[in-house]
Design a protein around this ligand. Structure first.
Ligand SMILES: Nc1ncnc2c1ncn2[C@@H]1O[C@H](COP(=O)(O)OP(=O)(O)OP(=O)(O)O)[C@@H](O)[C@H]1O
Ligand SMILES: [Mg+2]
Length: 322
């Protein structure tokens, strides 16, 4: 069966057989998820390939537009730099609570990972990535993240173990930081639990710095009347805005360079403009469309990605190409 006979959604992995891809119709092996078998064929326009395929063609060390929050790829746009500085300031100045919000895919988790890398061993850190937990489970998860044994303990005892740890840290001149990602998922009860954890303080400083990261719903949640005690304690806030059109261009080039590109592949200015218009400056969407566009570039044997190829990549992403 020819690869052209597949629908994009049916193909999960392809493996190129040609050493050097031709402009069109290079030979591929296609994993057919319908028949669960390998088929060989010639590819016409299907772009549903793993990025490994074009990576080799463009001579890249790693996929430039992966959607994992890898801090090595972090591009410090002025907004991301500002966000990072706010987080660092809140922690270093022991502000107690720091809040960072941003649209889905704006770069919050990537920043948080970069932050963790920057905090040296004077800081004990606990990172909660998925706070969809019960209050008991949340306290246990925090204790475990700090490396504290809490098996068989109830919530009160677990909190006591955490408090004792925070005091020891303080006495030995170390700082403790709790980061909760996806904090928009915290219920009011859980947020109240977190506030209680922050109550431990000496005369002049908090013993635990708490960073809440979340989508814009977090702001709405914190505006609730019941949470005004917590809201009043948050003294550092930052909302991460999407990238501007110029920043999208710099972002794309930064990611290409980080993955080893040396001038090629490249995106034309109109192509970058279209990427921005489609993505609204949200990095995750930029990645998705650029990834597809590079696949298209590979299929067509092109080193430069133009406006039309971005249009095609967008239609592919939106499922308008079969
Ligand atoms: N400043 C940046 N530099 C490099 N890559 C970035 C940047 N911001 C975001 N990204 C990339 O965009 C993608 C989404 O980022 P991330 O997962 O950090 O977003 P998020 O705000 O945590 O999203 P969500 O709201 O879904 O949790 C990732 O691939 C990430 O590497
Ligand atoms: Mg995230």
């Amino acid at each position: 069966m020819s690869a052209e006979g597949f629908h994009c959604r049916d193909i999960i992995w392809t493996e190129r057989l040609d050493a050097k891809p031709k402009t069109r119709g290079c030979a591929v092996r296609v994993w057919d998820t319908r028949g669960l078998s390998w088929e060989e064929g010639a590819v016409g326009h299907c772009l549903c390939w793993k990025s490994g395929v074009y990576q080799e063609y463009y001579g890249l060390k790693e996929p430039p537009f992966d959607i994992t929050p890898n801090p090595r790829f972090l591009f410090y746009s002025p907004k991301h730099r500002d966000a990072f500085n706010h987080l660092m300031f809140g922690i270093r100045e022991r502000k107690g609570f720091v809040q960072m919000t941003g649209e889905v895919g704006a770069g919050k988790t990537t920043l948080c990972r970069a932050l963790l890398e920057q905090l040296d061993d004077r800081f004990a850190t606990a990172l909660i990535l998925n706070p969809l937990l019960s209050p008991d489970e949340l306290m246990k998860a925090i204790a475990q993240e700090f490396g504290l044994p809490c098996n068989g303990l109830d919530r009160l005892d677990t909190v006591a173990v955490i408090n004792q740890f925070l005091l020891q840290q303080f006495e030995s001149g170390r700082e403790s930081v709790l980061i909760i990602d996806e904090a928009q998922d915290l219920t009011e009860d859980l947020l109240e639990q977190v506030r209680l954890l922050s109550n431990l303080e000496t005369d002049n400083r908090k013993l635990l710095q708490i960073v809440l990261l979340g989508q814009p719903e977090l702001r709405d949640r914190l505006n609730s009347h019941r949470l005004r005690q917590l809201r009043q304690r948050i003294t550092v806030r930052y909302h991460l805005m999407p990238l501007s059109v110029g920043e999208v261009g710099q972002y794309v080039n930064h990611r290409l360079q980080t993955s080893g590109a040396n001038g090629t592949p490249s995106f034309t200015t109109p192509a970058l403009w279209r990427v921005h218009r489609y993505s609204g400056g949200i990095p995750r969407l930029v990645n998705a469309v650029c990834d597809k566009a590079l696949l298209a570039g590979f299929v067509q044997g092109r080193e430069q990605i133009d406006f039309g190829m971005i249009g095609r990549a967008i239609r592919e992403l939106e499922g308008n190409i079969s």
